[in-house]
Design a protein around this ligand. Structure first.
Ligand SMILES: NC(=O)c1ccc[n+]([C@@H]2O[C@H](COP(=O)([O-])OP(=O)(O)OC[C@H]3O[C@@H](n4cnc5c(N)ncnc54)[C@H](OP(=O)(O)O)[C@@H]3O)[C@@H](O)[C@H]2O)c1
Length: 258
């Protein structure tokens, strides 16, 4: 019997690449985004078998909306084997600008509350079944705070800590929690960046490696591996050296910033 994967943020970038990777591996797909027409067009272009795909419209920043999508999936396709909370946004911020506090709130609502709410409808049923994998999309940006990127870095640090908490909670249930931390992956999210992106990786290559890590049930994986070493070094770097290394680096674009 075919396995089922539920992926948020499947209308673009990493989510779309993961959807293709799982499809090729024989999975049935439950794909979620606000732009469902983008998923439909992609499915048509890729020649996806309609019997193996359902598309759910949801805004992960609205708890009722994403929980309803999860419940619809349970009814229409059953309990997924893998749930990937991938939807996320990345916008620069300046704490001196009042409207950027709203940007921070939206970032947390999407990247953090949205991630937990994506898992919520499936946790109890997976525990009862005694199997399943919940995947949280973190980031290397969650390891240290980057100037101008406070909302995103804080949100991804929270993803890493939250998933670790959940992993401990579910340890004896048979349900795995996998945290994937991408480095720089070539997607619409990174194409606007005005700074250098070491070890930039094409999304299909990332998806292959993430699939393998999820199948193995790795608790935590940085992809590509080179960024794993960068992440380890970043953790060790004393604050003074870290601050000096980052000084003057171009910052992530704020809302409406050219
Ligand atoms: N690309 C990288 O280098 C990189 C590095 C580290 C971490 N990540 C993380 O990887 C994930 C995917 O990023 P990406 O690079 O693939 O970005 P992307 O191409 O911009 O795609 C983001 C996806 O998230 C969905 N999304 C955003 N807000 C949403 C909301 N409120 N409700 C539902 N869906 C929403 C979007 O769908 P709709 O707009 O259609 O709703 C889209 O499918 C994010 O969590 C990101 O932080 C990416």
């Amino acid at each position: 019997m075919s396995r089922l994967v539920f992926i948020t943020g499947a209308s673009s970038g990493i989510g779309q690449a993961l959807a293709w990777q799982y499809y090729q591996a024989g999975f049935h797909l439950a794909l979620v985004a606000r732009r469902t027409e983008a998923i439909s067009e992609w499915a048509l272009t890729q020649g996806i078998d309609a019997a193996r795909l359902r598309i759910y419209s949801a805004d992960v920043a609205d708890t009722a909306s994403i929980v309803a999508a999860g419940q619809q999936c349970l009814q229409a396709q059953g309990l997924p084997d893998v749930v990937i909370a991938n939807a996320g946004i990345s916008i620069g911020m300046d704490t001196a600008v009042q409207t950027d506090i709203d940007v921070m709130a939206k970032t947390f609502a999407t990247n953090n509350i949205g991630l937990a709410a994506t898992f919520q409808p499936f946790v109890e049923a997976m525990c009862t079944r005694g199997s399943g994998t919940l995947v949280g999309m973190g980031s290397v940006a969650g390891i240290r705070g980057l100037p101008g990127h406070g909302a995103y870095c804080a949100s991804k640090a929270a993803v890493i800590a939250y998933c670790e908490s959940l992993r401990g909670e579910l340890r004896s249930s048979g349900v795995r929690v996998v945290t994937i931390c991408p480095g720089y992956i070539d997607t619409p999210l990174t194409r606007q960046n005005r700074y250098s992106m070491p070890f930039l990786m094409p999304a299909p290559d990332f998806a292959r490696r993430a699939f393998d890590a999820i199948e193995r049930g790795d608790s935590y994986r940085v992809i590509p591996w080179q960024m794993g070493w960068v992440a380890k070094l970043l953790r060790l770097l004393p604050n003074a050296l870290f601050d000096k290394a980052l000084a003057g680096r171009p910052r992530k674009r704020r809302v409406d910033e050219a």
